[in-house]
Design a protein around this ligand. Sequence first.
Ligand code: APR
Length: 232
Amino acid sequence: MKVVVLTGAGISAESGVPTFRDADGLWVGHRVEDVATPEGFEAQPSLVHRFYDERRRSLAEVEPNEAHRALARLEDVLGDDLLVVTQNIDDLHDRAGSTRLIHMHGELLSAWCQGCDAHVPWTRDLGDLPPCPCCGVTALRPDVVWFGEMPYQMERIMGALAGADLFVSIGTSGAVYPAAGFVQQAMRAGARTLELNLEPSEGSLWFSETRHGPASELVPRWVDEVLLAVTP
Ligand code: APR
């Protein structure tokens, strides 16, 4: 059984990472145009660096939760038949042990050089304008996909959706395309579709099944069901 899982901010919420659009979400108090667009970065680079530097530092204070760990457990059994596509820029899936993983909106722990186009692993601040370790030019930006930019590895994601038997969306509001359209692509390919979210998302009606509650409960339960079905 080929499974594609899409995750959003809701899967990391119980680890203490704020979501974007909930009542105490990250976008409350920030204009998206200021901190999550190329134009915003051009206009106020130090504001944008501060925003992502703070979020990169706060990764040290959070840990993967049961939902991240359950997906890593699923990969242990399904191997290449599982692909996790995350919109999250935190590293909680990585730390839980997922490796068949695409960070479609980039990663806090990576920097992108506008001089030589290198994507380099990054753990420090960018606000003090360090030189690129590859070319020495001072032209690093957060390796994060902003509004108006193309998400990473779309071809690979579309290929996986076209061959999926099951598509599962976890902890995402379904407000941002192209990820919000994955359920329809999977459905067209004949996959069963399942939503696991705290509450009905904007795209809930597209799913063949929806379950509502906290990811730390719903995801391990669903993974246990799959493992029971696929292990002899
Ligand atoms: N368990 C499951 N779902 C939860 C939980 C939880 N504990 N807590 C919150 N949620 C749900 C919310 O109900 C909401 O539907 O997670 C969803 C979070 O939605 P958003 O804040 O919109 O985050 P996301 O869908 O990941 O945003 C998509 O938008 O701003 C951009 O690039 C950013 O990747 C992000 C994209």
